[in-house]
Structures are given as structure tokens and as C-alpha cells.
Design a protein around this ligand. Structure first.
Ligand code: NAG
Ligand code: NAG
Ligand code: NAG
Ligand code: NAG
Length: 337
């Protein structure tokens, strides 16, 4: 009504002025019209879903099991407030309202998120997940959120951070008050964006508890990781070696009972004809025994260490045949005490 006089000469000018005014008014009005202060009850919404809304505020509704699928049909949804709803689990978690920019899930009872949740949320800018009980995040979490600016993960029980959420656009990452496991893997996951991990305090391992991840030298985290692996691997290795030793000792005793048979076999092999006739019976036993008990080679032969390598089946084994056959009787007195 302000700029629309009925003057005929001014008509085209005033018309364009009107259009301009209307356009600028609409542009300013759009964000303001998204009034999110009115809380909605989630159950009431599920009974009568809205077809279009730029914001839904379910804050403080009673939702224990969130039916995420019920929200996917809302056109133009930019902001969704689901904080303080007592949410313990999310079902129908695939997909996201494509226009969604801000999601509030703070102050709930979430212990985990379903796989694929928010994996493909291209317009998400701000995500609040603080004050839950999250122990881990899905593998490809926020993988497609190229416009991500702020993620709040504080006051959870997280031990590890998937690198998929460390988008180049990310400016603020809240990670305080969690159960971070300061490992080489966590440090590596943050390698691209160490600036975001300034408040990441270690919970485990015990020797780093309370320390800032970034204050620990990389060498220490990654080397100690290798040492830990060694300490875990060492006992089974020792056990294996002991078992192998016992096995060899026992095998050695068994060998003596075969002692009488061996020279004829060796002789047959030397002739080259025994390979066809005698092969299925005794020859496979000889190379196997020789390979498993290199110690025996060292004990017997004066050659010592050199004898261990060529003890495998092959031409050298055939050459050693007669030598071993002759050495065996001499070996018995040495091994008996
Ligand atoms: C939003 O709506 C509520 C009630 O519906 C009203 O009291 C409040 O002033 C509105 N806020 C804005 C910014 O328009
Ligand atoms: C939703 O409503 C609550 C309580 O009325 C209010 O504190 C909160 O700021 C609202 N959420 C948004 C995103 O405006
Ligand atoms: C949620 O439930 C609690 C107790 O069960 C009740 O006090 C509260 O008013 C409920 N809130 C809503 C929004 O229905
Ligand atoms: C959060 O962490 C800080 C520093 O570690 C600690 O002083 C504070 O008590 C923690 N707060 C909660 C609520 O756990």
C-alpha cells in the first residue's frame, strides 16, 4: 500500500517498485517465518504428520524409540529438534530429509546409532549429539555431509572417532568428556584435522589417562602400540616353541625305532627306482621329519648350522641319507643321558 499510487504515468515505475519491494520482503521473511519456538508432541505428529514445515520442535516429547522414517516425508524440513526426548534407540534409520541442515539430538539416552544413520545427509551443517551415552559411531557417519560445520559429541562414552565425519568444511568439533582410547589408530584418524582435537582427553590407556591426545608424541603412541602387540603375541609364541620342542624330542625317540629300516630305503632312493615303488610308504616321512626338527641336524652332523637349511626334501636330502644313516647309531649315546 505504501508505494502503489494510482497515477497513470507512474504506473510502470510503481509496478516495478512494488515487485522489488515484494521480492526483498519475501527474501527477508523466509528465515523469520521458520519459527521453531513452538514445541510439538511427537506422538501427535505421528498420528497426523505435517506435509511441509521448515522446522519441527519435539523437544521434551516422550519418545523412547524414535521412528526416524516418520520424518522423511516432511517437505522443506531444515531444522529438527529432538533434544530431551528420552530417545534410547532409533529405527527406520535409513535416509534423511534432504533439506535438513540442523539436527538436535542432545540429552537423550542413545548408546549407539544404527548403521547407515546420517550417512547420506548432504545439507547437514550442525549436529548436536552431546549428552548421550554413545560408545561408538557408525563407520561411514556423515560421509556425504560436505557442508558440515559443527558437530557436538561431548559428554558421551566414545572411544574412537570415524574419520568420515572430519569433513574439510568442519569448523567446530566438540569431543570433551568422553572415554577416548588414545591409540595410534585414533591419532591416525585425526591426522587430516588435528586442529579439531584440541579438547580430546584420553581415558585409556591408563598411563595416558587425563592427558590431551595432541600432547602425546606420535612416536610414543605408535611405538607403544607395537610393543603391546609384541607382549600379546609373545606368550603364545613361547608356548608354541615349547610344544614344538616337545614334539621334536618325541619324534626323535620314534626315529630310533625306525632306525633299522632306513638304510635300505636310502639305498633304494639313491638308485632312483624306489621313488615309484616305495614312495607312498616311507619316503614322505623322512623330509617331513627333517624339516620339523632342524635341531636334530645340528646335533648329529659336525656341519652344525649349515645342515639345517638344506634339510628340506630335494637332492640334498638324498645326499644326506647315507650320512644320517651312519650317524644315527653314534647319536644314541650322546642323546641318552
Ligand atoms: C514464534 O511463535 C511464537 C508462538 O507461536 C511466538 O510467541 C514468537 O514470538 C514467534 N517468534 C518469532 C521470532 O516470530
Ligand atoms: C524448541 O523448544 C524449546 C522449548 O520450547 C526451546 O528451548 C528450543 O530452543 C526450541 N528449539 C529450537 C531449535 O528453536
Ligand atoms: C513425558 O512423560 C512424563 C512422565 O512420564 C510427563 O511428566 C511429561 O509431561 C511427558 N511429556 C510430554 C511432552 O508429554
Ligand atoms: C568433564 O571433563 C572435565 C575435565 O576432564 C571434568 O573436570 C568434568 O568433571 C567433566 N564433567 C562431567 C559432567 O563429567
Amino acid at each position: 500500500p505504501l508505494g502503489c499510487p494510482a497515477g497513470t504515468a507512474l504506473l510502470p515505475l510503481s509496478l516495478s517498485l512494488c515487485l522489488l519491494l515484494a521480492a526483498s520482503f519475501a527474501r527477508d521473511a523466509a528465515p523469520e517465518s521458520c519459527n521453531c519456538s513452538q514445541p510439538l508432541d511427537f506422538e501427535a505428529f505421528r498420528a497426523a504428520p505435517l506435509a511441509e514445515s521448515c522446522c519441527l520442535n519435539f523437544s521434551s516429547s516422550n519418545v523412547s524409540l524414535l521412528d526416524w522414517g516418520a520424518l522423511l516425508g516432511v517437505r522443506g524440513l531444515r531444522e529438527l529438534d529432538l533434544s530431551r526426548c528420552g530417545i534410547a534407540a532409533i529405527r527406520n534409520a535409513q535416509g534423511v530429509p534432504v533439506t535438513l541442515e540442523v539436527l538436535h539430538l542432545s540429552h537423550n539416552q542413545l548408546e549407539s546409532l544404527p548403521g547407515g544413520f546420517l550417512e547420506d545427509a548432504p545439507n547437514l551443517r550442525i549436529l548436536y549429539l552431546d549428552w548421550n551415552r554413545l560408545r561408538e559411531l557408525p563407520q561411514s557417519f556423515l560421509k556425504a555431509s560436505r557442508r558440515l560445520q559443527e558437530v557436538y559429541l561431548g559428554y558421551n562414552a566414545l572411544t574412537f572417532l570415524p574419520s568420515s565425519l572430519l569433513q574439510p568444511s568442519l569448523q567446530r568439533l566438540q569431543v570433551s568428556n568422553n572415554s577416548w582410547d588414545c591409540s595410534c589408530a585414533l591419532l591416525s584418524a585425526l591426522q587430516g584435522r588435528p586442529d579439531l582435537a584440541t579438547e580430546l582427553t584420553c581415558h585409556t590407556p591408563q598411563r595416558h589417562r587425563g592427558a590431551e591426545l595432541l600432547s602425546i608424541p606420535r612416536d610414543e603412541l605408535c611405538r607403544s602400540h607395537g610393543l603391546t602387540a609384541l607382549f600379546i603375541c609373545l606368550p603364545p609364541l613361547l608356548l608354541l616353541a615349547t610344544i614344538a620342542c616337545c614334539f621334536c624330542k618325541r619324534k626323535r625317540k620314534t626315529n630310533y625305532s625306525f632306525g633299522g629300516r632306513r638304510p635300505p630305503v636310502a639305498a633304494a632312493r639313491r638308485r632312483g627306482e624306489g621313488q615309484r615303488a616305495g614312495a607312498p610308504r616311507i619316503p614322505p616321512l623322512r623330509p617331513l621329519r627333517a624339516a620339523r626338527c632342524p635341531l636334530r641336524e645340528g646335533e648329529e652332523g659336525a656341519a652344525g648350522g649349515g645342515g639345517a637349511a638344506p634339510a628340506l626334501p630335494g637332492p640334498s636330502g638324498e645326499q644326506q641319507g647315507p650320512v644320517r644313516g651312519g650317524g644315527d647309531p653314534g647319536g644314541i649315546p650322546g642323546a641318552a643321558p
